[in-house]
Design a protein around this ligand. Sequence first.
Ligand SMILES: Cc1cc2nc3c(=O)[nH]c(=O)nc-3n(C[C@H](O)[C@H](O)[C@H](O)COP(=O)(O)O)c2cc1C
Length: 458
Amino acid sequence: MPKQISLGVFEMMNPNNGMPTWTHPLGKGDRYDSVEYWVEVARMLDAADVDFLFFADTYGYATIDGAMPDLVAAHGIQFPGFDPMLLISALARETDRLGFVLTSPTTVERPYATARRFATLDHYTAGRIGWNVVTGSSQATTDDLFGVADSGTHDSRYDVADEFVDVCLELWEGVWEDDALVRDPSRNLFVDPAKLHPIAHRGTHFASSGVFAIPPGPQRSPVLFQAGTSARGRAFAARNAEAVLIQGQSIPKAREHVDDIRAQAVAHGRSPDDVKVVTGVTITVAPTHDEAVALRTELEGLYAVEDAAVIFAGFTGVDLSAFDPSEPLTAIASDQGQTLVDRFVRPGQPVPTVGDVLGDFRLRANRGFQITGDPAEVADELQAIVEGTGIDGIMLEPTFGGPEAFEAFIDLVQPILRDRGLLPATRSASEPTLRERVTGAGTPHLPSAHPGARFRTF
Ligand SMILES: Cc1cc2nc3c(=O)[nH]c(=O)nc-3n(C[C@H](O)[C@H](O)[C@H](O)COP(=O)(O)O)c2cc1C
């Protein structure tokens, strides 16, 4: 029996999730600013038993030499953008089982503020909330917007993130005993003060002391996600993440990352299974092979090299349009996102030209496996990816920008994956927490092998 995988969806609250496609009749991404639009999407995903809706998010946008290229605004390239966190309680109210994963960077606010929001959402979503911990793409822009003189180097931002997550975990796991909340009018006792344990954190980057003002929700701590496969990113994931989001490019490379993250998790006293890995997949499916290829060709027709160069710069800080396309891309260093650089510049591999990189990035952008075909072909390729990489889940990436890619998958491919046992045969009636759904842990709470469990001192 093949491994059963989790199923997520990748979204962003802007007109184009990735490559500008909103001009196409199928592109509905420009409805991103409508609550009703997202309620429709969430209800559709919930009915189809999708495990989670992930919202990527960033305070920044692509800049080159500190300025926003006109194309960003003109083509709506991950701009403008709303705050997805403010939408979640509305979506949770309209759904029963769908989980929500939100990105929140560790480079903008203090840990207490982040801990407070996720604890509140743990209550409002009945335990269906996850936190994608990022040190932030388009960091340079965010620094300018927040007036941060220096947010450190790529790796030092992960050091700060380790401590940031620790403070949040201490607030969620280490303050309230399970029965501290009494709410007994006859005893005029709302909370038993003897069952509250103030924290007194004084670290290298943060200090936080006092009582966390939010009682534990169903999960206490949101499910911890992470997205970044640089060496330092993987080390961070191995220590902190319960689920890692990758954008697999090839089965061998994804396998290498999966094995490395798991090996490092074991070094942290965790079991390899304690870290689930979910890859992004961009699927173009239609009843016949030719129809799918025609749809994909139509989609690619919308992708412009100029837009690709702007998006690449947004993630890496490197403006490829400043180079001669025939120039070999010997070495580019990025203090922003390294995953993307590592994708093209690999020791012992032939050096691509700037034109090669832009040509590839135009078609794949910052996305995962690109799969096009009829339903059986798509199911076969997904099964090969699951078996070849050891991943635990897939996350559908939009194509034209609206929910059409998800609907096509749900109608055409999901039934095949159910028959093959890769997805649950039926939609269960139970309403588990996100942690139970994504990690398969039999408990809504952080597993005892997670470093955050050390804060449970009572
Ligand atoms: C699936 C996926 C989702 C991501 N979502 C976000 C996001 O929402 N916000 C963000 O700032 N960065 C996001 N990133 C980028 C990462 O935070 C990170 O900058 C990037 O992966 C590079 O990490 P690295 O330098 O450790 O390789 C995402 C990356 C991946 C793979």
